[in-house]
Design a protein around this ligand. Structure first.
Ligand code: MG
Length: 273
């Protein structure tokens, strides 16, 4: 027998009992640990409340159990619309078509407005620009996810589509380009996952701006970015006081675009103790 083999066997036998240990117990928390800075809780505090249970969506991207589903492919019952042309700004019935599990804006029927209102929230939105390219720059699948009906995460076909940087898909329109461009090809489904902190107003004055984090096709393109103000075209958008919760808006920019699987999670009530 090789001289090393008994040594290897002895080593394996010595390691085996540790790997087979079962029914080990561990404390459920501690009372004798230091207090965390700027918190009232100790490290591993046994008395610290636990977060509520939420069942995640399966597969990932589907709504978790605490989400408000705004569109599941069936109907537009959670939406109203704002007219265009002669009906500009007036409430009208949503004119977007329902197709096979998605809704389609043909252009010209008006922005969709959610009936429910949201403030601090997580948003999941899937969208697709037309597979047939027709137009340039801002005329290729232009739409937008306007959080609180004001703060626009730009939707656009940004696959080989030169346009101004703060107007490409994933930009905070007119303010900040995305950190990178993770666009898929026109016609393919794309995702926005957004964490939004609503602005705060007191006595008609802004006391805290809005902040946004955006994952575009799973890629971080804004990391807790401060928003300058409401969406504006060829102007600097500023803040004007509004309610703590406002509707979500999907923009009708007179170009075709599709949406599916839209849900929102209110973050109110989930503050860490
Ligand atoms: Mg837009």
């Amino acid at each position: 027998m090789h001289r090393l083999i008994p040594l290897i066997l002895a080593g394996l036998l010595a390691a085996a009992p540790a790997a087979q240990k079962k029914n080990r117990t561990s404390p459920l928390g501690y009372t004798d640990t230091p207090v965390l800075p700027e918190q009232k809780w100790k490290v591993h505090d046994i008395d610290r409340p636990h977060p509520p249970l939420v069942t995640p969506g399966t597969p990932a991207g589907q709504p978790p159990s605490d989400a408000v589903v705004l569109f599941d492919g069936q109907d537009l019952s959670k939406w109203t619309a704002l007219g265009k042309g002669p009906n500009r700004g007036k409430p009208v019935a949503p004119g977007w078509k329902i197709e096979k599990g998605y809704m389609e804006c043909a252009g010209g029927t008006g922005d969709l407005i959610s009936k429910e209102k949201f403030g601090d929230a997580q948003y999941h939105v899937e969208w697709a620009a037309p597979s047939v390219i027709d137009g340039t720059s801002q005329w290729r699948g232009n739409s937008g996810v306007l959080i609180m009906s004001r703060y626009e995460m730009q939707v656009l076909d940004s696959w080989n589509n030169p346009t101004y940087a703060d107007g490409q898909a994933g930009s905070i329109y007119g303010q900040w380009p995305p950190l990178v461009n993770p666009a898929r090809k026109p016609g393919e489904w794309q995702t926005f996952d957004i964490a939004f902190e609503a602005p705060k107003f007191e006595s008609g004055r802004l006391t805290k701006p809005a902040f946004v984090t955006l994952f575009y096709n799973g890629v971080l393109v804004h990391h807790h970015k401060e928003i300058t103000g409401r969406m504006a075209h060829r102007a600097v958008g500023t803040y004007a006081p509004h309610e703590p919760e406002e509707p979500l808006m999907l923009q009708d920019h007179d170009t075709a675009v599709r949406y599916r699987n839209i849900w929102v999670r209110r973050l109110k009530g989930y503050d860490q103790p």
